[in-house]
Every structure is written in C-alpha cells, then in structure tokens.
Design a protein around this ligand. Structure first.
Ligand code: BES
Ligand code: MN
Ligand code: MN
Length: 455
C-alpha cells in the first residue's frame, strides 16, 4: 500500500522525533520536573501542528495542560477521539538502569528509555499515523486529539476537563494505545481494564522513637503491627479478607472462562522471564484470570524506623505503607476505599493509632467486542499482522476510560502495541522498533475500516 511506502521512507525521522521527546523527563509525580513536563506538552503541540492538525492548543488546567488538536474534514463523517498521555513514571531507582532513563538508546531493535512504551512511544504512533494519512490524502474521517500530562498521577484535571468540554470532545469513539499485546506474533486487543483504589496508611505507636531495649516488649511497635495488619488482609487461599470486598464482583461463566483460557499463555516462560520458581495468587484461578478478572490488594511501598547503614536499636514512633487495590467490574472505587478504611481501622490493636488517607481511584471497564470500532480494529490488526487478534482483558488501569463512557457516552478501543516484556514502570523500560512501526501502520487501517464500516 502507498501509505506503507511513506512510512518506510520516513522511518528514521519518526524514530528520531520519538527519541527527542524521550529526552525530556516528563515525570508528573515530581514537581522538580515541572518545566520538562510543560516542555513535552509544547513538543507534542508543535508536532501535531506540523502533521496538519487544526486548532492545536494547550488547554490549561489547574495541573498540567491537555494538548488538543483536530482535523474535521466533514461534519457528517464519524469522529475518532485519540487519547494518550505524555507524562511518565518516575525513573527511580536510577542505579538499576543500564543506560540513563532520559538518554534513549537503541539496542537489539528496541528503544530504551522511561516512557519509551508508556506512553510516549505509543501515543506518538498516533501523531505519526495522522501525518501519514494527511500526507497521503487518506484521512477518511474526523479526528480529535487529547493528550494529557497527568495519567500516571490519576488524571484528576482531565476528568474535570472532560466534564466541562463535552461539546468540544463530541465524537464517536475513543482510540487509545496505552496497553500491551500478548506477543508480536500473537496480536491482541485489550477489552477490559481494572479499576483502582489507592490508599496510604499511617500507624502511630509511642509519641517518639524509643530505645528498643528499654521499651521493647512493653509497647506496640508500629512496624510490627503494620506488618501483622497487612498480612491479615489475605487468608490462606489468598482471598482478600476485607468484609464485603467481593460483594458484586462480576463472576464469569464457565464458558467465558474457558474462552479466556484459549488465549495463548505459557506459564513456564512466564516464570522464567521473572526468575520465579512458582507463581502465587488467589486459589481457584489461573494466572491470566488473577491478572484480569479478579481484584487484588498489593503493598506498593512500606517504610518506617531506621534503614541506614549498620544497626540502630529503635522502636519507631510511626510506620507507613502505600496500598493499591485493583478492581473488577461492579466494584466501585469509592466503596472499596471506604470498606478498606473501616476494616483497617477496626483491626488495629489499642496500642496504636491508624490513619487511612485515600489517594486516587478509578472505575473498571469492559469494552464491547461487537461494536463497529472493535471490528474495525480487529480487521486492521489482521491485515497488518497477518493474524486475527484475540480479545484479552488487562490487569492495568486507565481510570479515564470509564469516565469517557460515563461522561461522554463513548466506548474506547484499546489498540495497544506494547509487550509485557517492555518493563513499563520498571528500570530499563523499552519499546520495540517493530512495535512502534507496526502501530503506525495499523492505525491508518483502523481509520479506513472504521470509516468504511460506519457508513
Ligand atoms: N498504560 C498504563 C496502564 C496499562 C498498562 C494498562 C499495561 C494495560 C496494560 C498506565 O499508564 C498506568 O500505568 N496506569 C496506572 C493507573 C494509575 C496511576 C491510576 C496503573 O495501572 O497503575
Ligand atoms: Mn500509560
Ligand atoms: Mn503507566
């Protein structure tokens, strides 16, 4: 196809532009990168303009701006709303990176940098796919871009923006590349995302740090207590013990589970890739089920007391933990946060005080596979990869997707091109050149089939 010629002719430039963007450390969680996050927004604004988008602007929010741009070729044609994010996770711990996280390198046909896959690489495929369609007079419908800078910290201001700009964001479907596929020879389309409740807990014992000999044994040690409390949140079957946690959890039928089980998955390779002797999780469910259709509770960080060189004999006054719960359909983030809080406070012994601070949350989603948009995406993958894609529910979360449905009434198509081995959020994040280029090739096919099938 003529578009593929343009793509291969411009491959080097496409990659170099992505590398330029990856050099800007757009870490939204850390205010010290504020200038760089804003610079990244400017970068995307200018690339959208160069590619031919109209009305390109930075929509200011109380946080980081949303990059908006559009190309309306005919009001009577459908409109695709592209969503992506230009912020990235913190790169810590830096010492575990083989090359610096914001000095991208290409090794073994992969780009290594923070954000290479999540989501700068995947988001930029859409900017380049748009350029490809514009340059080949092949944009078959309208398109609007909204690229935000706060996904990794909960998309708070984007939800306000969506609520306040329903007319501006009027469209027919949301298109997102911020998920993964099973393998390069097993393309898949994500049909579900888990929701999230995120909390921080603080356990306070004595009013000051104490000598662990003088007081040890006689007062509650907040670190010991926190560990006991956290350990009690799972039972011997790895079920979560918070009362009512599983109320309403969607139970899949045996047929649906059998269907899911047909997705190619090799447990031995999975263990090998992670250097694990065995996997671990809720009794009665497979690994794929545990990471998609089942809710979870995980400690993301835990601290307190003395962690410096050598030994210090001390009973700390306070201990802390950050805890995430991944939610599945019919669980509500607000309700789960409340249940966690009530339970966690109730299991604290009288010798400590407990404070639970809720952070961000988000609702789970399942996207339809019988929609025109899903069918168009499936045809696009089949044509680009030569194989029919399989639908899979993912374990990750993109909280704004449920809001797109509730506020704009729009379903999302999650056309991800990453791989689990891309190590997003981890040291040495990468994105395959094959995946980046395949994405740029597949996206215009989606537009083509979506426009055609919408007639
Ligand atoms: N792109 C990910 C979500 C994702 C990754 C979905 C892989 C499916 C497969 C996104 O950037 C992310 O990391 N989301 C956070 C959400 C949170 C910060 C509210 C997550 O899942 O932890
Ligand atoms: Mn992402
Ligand atoms: Mn992420």
């Amino acid at each position: 196809m003529y578009m593929n010629q343009y793509i291969s002719d411009n491959k080097e430039r496409f990659i170099n532009e992505l590398l330029d963007m990856l050099r800007i450390p757009s870490v939204s969680a850390d205010p010290k990168f504020k200038g760089d996050v804003l610079k990244t927004a400017e970068f995307i604004k200018s690339k959208l303009e160069e590619a031919g988008a109209d009305k390109v602007e930075l929509c200011e929010t109380a946080g980081y701006p949303i990059v908006y741009g559009e190309k309306i070729i005919d009001e009577s044609l459908p409109t695709v709303l592209v969503y992506g994010h230009y912020d990235v996770q913190p790169a810590d711990p830096y010492e575990l990176w083989e090359s610096p996280p914001f000095e991208p390198v290409i090794k073994d046909e992969k780009i290594y940098a923070r954000g290479a896959c999540d989501d700068k690489g995947q988001m930029y495929m859409h900017v380049k796919a748009f350029e490809v369609m514009m340059q080949n007079s092949a944009l078959p419908c309208n398109v609007k871009f909204m690229i935000e800078g706060e996904e990794e910290i909960g998309s708070k201001h984007l939800s306000d923006f969506v609520r306040d700009n329903k007319e501006k964001l009027k469209g027919d479907v949301i298109l997102i590349s911020d998920t993964s596929m099973l393998a390069n020879d097993v393309p898949s389309i994500t049909t579900g995302l888990r929701g999230m409740s995120y909390v921080e807990v603080e356990v306070t014992g004595p009013n000051r740090d104490l000598h662990s000999g003088m007081y040890g044994g006689a007062v509650a040690n907040p670190i010991n207590i926190l560990c006991q409390m956290i350990a009690s949140l799972h039972d011997e079957h790895n079920h979560i013990t918070i009362p009512g946690f599983y109320d309403n959890v969607e139970e899949l039928s045996q047929e649906e589970r059998a269907e899911m089980g047909r997705a190619p998955f090799n447990l031995e390779n999975y263990k090998k890739a992670l250097d694990l002797k065995d996997v671990h999780g809720e009794a009665g469910y497979s690994t794929l089920e545990r990471t998609s259709i089942r809710p979870t509770l995980d400690v993301n960080g835990i601290w307190g007391g003395y962690t410096g060189e050598g030994a210090k004999t001390v009973i700390a006054s306070k201990a802390f933990a950050k805890i995430s719960m991944r939610l599945v359909p019919n669980q509500s983030s607000a309700e789960i946060t409340e249940k966690f809080q009530r339970h966690f406070e109730s299991i604290a012994p009288a010798g400590v005080r407990v404070v639970v601070k809720p952070h961000h949350g988000g609702e789970p989603v399942v996207t339809p596979t019988d929609s025109v948009a899903y069918q168009a995406a499936a045809r696009a993958y089949e044509e680009a990869f030569g194989i029919k894609p399989v639908p899979v529910r993912s374990g990750g979360s993109i909280p704004i997707v449920a809001m797109f449905k509730s506020e704009l009434g729009l379903d999302s198509v999650l056309m991800g091109f990453g791989l689990d081995s891309d190590a997003i959020h981890s040291p040495n994040e990468s994105f395959g050149i094959f995946n980046f280029m395949k994405g740029i090739e597949t996206i215009p096919l989606f537009y083509k089939y979506y426009a055609e099938m919408s007639k």
